[in-house]
Design a binder for this molecule. Structure first.
Ligand SMILES: *Cc1c(COP(=O)(O)O)cnc(C)c1O
Length: 516
């Protein structure tokens, strides 16, 4: 079959199939919505036998697999242009920080400078099993990044291998548990403030601790009196985020640290939101013993659908001996080596990951730090906080604020402004999609009913923020003027409209199965 014949044949096959995965747009013959093309999965576009490559027949092939020969490995048959179109179209369905404002609170969706990408490509050929003498440069990147992380946080040690924020939490809490056991103590309780990220109580529970919740006060901060009265010889640690997930700085943090230490407990800080304070304050100076840093948030690097995370954990003197393997050290001869087995007086918690961590992320984070410099990193924090407060100031009379006063890198609103309009917070955010914006984080943190958490990051300019603010003001007006339907029908312009999110979250369909 010639190439063109093959395509014609495959298009014919497609018309013959009914495509159950596609819901057709109204009023178009093709089901496409403008230039947004409707199509099924690549497996549904299968024309058996069609391929972009012509393989030579193998004549002299002596099959010694007996009955184990597979007729097919189930790959769909498509021509090269069909494959290219399919994946290009898929990429166009993606909303990304590269296409517009992505104000997802607590997620820090910031621009990834292309310089980082260029530098990361230089390390594309490095293999983790290469002899160390041939990868001194790569080890140097890990070593230098580790150095700057300790400098920025004011803590003496860092474990580089954790592969995400939650993985870093696991690392830190395992180190705390090991330190407590090494003291011959049993402390079964970990305190977690009500406003915590869900990963915090999950990590504590995964490490075998019992989670005790500390309430928030009416200013959205940890209730210091409740915290103090929860302290005892049974408490191993607190897991606290600062700035917290209400976007607020915990002003009692030093007193919290002192109270914990007086009770023999450790202070784990969730540093995923370090972007709000980097270059301004060193967590070690606040009395924090252990903190993970989401390189993929604070120090850019693509994440979410765009790439892996990386969650190095900085550790105090007391926790450093328990850091996981491996780590990079510089020998007396100047050579960098990897410590793969416990050395004297160290009691590593083990290994958390194959090899040395997320090398590509290390390169990007170091490139980000070095290109910003000390003053640039400080400005990152300042601009992130400024942008969030600009949104706060512009929208505080349109939306409702659960907690008064300035915020840090993200601003928390709630749904009370919708009271009496018949529009829910969910409807409201769906209408924002029609305006071309990814919605903010919603219904989190849990301490606030109908939370709407906006994190603009420092990367947005005033024009972009003003457009976003304008869109929100417009929607508030529509809601208050009684245009309920505008919201109930949103989103109208997306390839898919309202999804059954509850069912999608509970009944995963993760595998395509061929209908026989
Ligand atoms: C993002 C985030 C985490 C989890 O980080 P992952 O890399 O997604 O595992 C934990 N805590 C807070 C406050 C976060 O914002």
């Amino acid at each position: 079959m010639s190439h063109t014949q093959a395509i014609a044949q495959s298009n014919q096959n497609k018309k013959d199939q009914d495509a159950p995965m596609t819901s057709k747009a109204e009023n178009t013959y093709t089901g496409n919505r403008g230039l947004s093309i409707e199509e099924g999965l690549i497996f549904e576009q299968d024309t058996p036998g069609l391929t972009g490559v012509d393989w030579p027949e193998i004549d002299l092939f002596d099959n010694r697999l007996g009955g184990l020969v597979r007729e097919s490995i189930g790959l769909p048959g498509l021509s090269e242009p069909e494959v290219v179109r399919h994946y290009t179209r898929l990429s166009q369905k993606n909303y990304a920080i590269d296409t517009g404002l992505y104000p997802l609170g607590s997620c820090t969706m910031k621009h990834n400078p292309r310089l980082n990408e260029k530098v990361a490509r230089l390390f594309g050929d490095v293999h983790p099993l290469q002899p160390l003498s041939t990868v001194q440069g790569a080890l140097d990147v890990i070593h230098q990044l580790a150095h700057w992380l300790t400098q920025l946080t004011g803590l003496p040690a860092v474990a580089m291998s954790p592969a995400a924020g939650a993985h870093g939490e696991l690392c830190g809490m395992m180190a705390i548990k090991a330190a407590i056991e090494a003291r011959g103590e049993k402390r079964p309780i970990v305190l977690v403030p009500e406003s915590a990220h869900g990963t915090n109580p999950a990590t504590a529970a995964a490490c075998g601790f019992t989670v005790q919740t500390i309430p928030a006060n009416d200013r959205g901060r940890v209730d210091l009196a409740a915290l103090k009265s929860a302290l005892s010889g049974q408490v191993a640690a607190i897991m606290l985020t600062n700035p917290n997930t209400c976007g607020l700085f915990e002003p009692d943090i030093i007193e919290i640290a002192q109270a914990l230490h007086a009770a023999g407990a450790f202070f784990y800080c969730d540093g995923a939101n370090f972007n709000a304070i980097v270059g301004k304050v060193r967590p070690g100076d606040l009395g924090i013993d252990c903190m993970h840093i989401n390189l993929h948030k604070t120090f850019s690097t693509p994440h979410g659908g765009g790439g892996p995370g990386s969650g190095p954990v900085v550790l105090s003197e007391a926790l450093a001996p328990f850091a996981p393997l491996p780590y990079v050290v510089r020998g007396k001869d100047g050579e960098l080596r990897l410590v793969e087995h416990a050395e004297e007086q160290l009691q590593p918690i083990g290994r958390l990951k194959g090899f040395h961590g997320q090398m590509g992320m290390f390169v990007r984070a170091l490139a980000y730090m070095m290109s910003h410099g000390a003053d640039g990193l400080r400005q990152v924090a300042e601009d992130a906080v400024l942008n969030a407060n600009y949104i706060l100031a512009q929208l505080k009379d349109d939306l409702t604020l659960p907690f008064e006063g300035p915020c840090m890198h993200e601003v928390l609103f709630d749904e009370r402004f919708l009271k009496g309009t018949g529009v829910t917070a969910l409807d409201f955010t769906k209408a924002l999609i029609d305006e071309g914006f990814h919605p903010m984080t919603m219904y989190f943190p849990l301490v606030v009913n109908g939370a709407l958490l906006i994190e603009p990051t420092e990367c947005e300019g005033k024009a972009s923020l003003d457009l976003f603010i304008g869109a929100i003001k417009h929607l508030v007006t529509l809601a208050k003027e009684g245009h309920k339907d505008h919201f109930a029908e949103a989103p109208r312009f997306t390839p898919r409209r309202r999804l059954d999110e509850t069912r999608a979250a509970r009944q995963h369909i993760l595998r395509w199965v061929k209908k026989s």
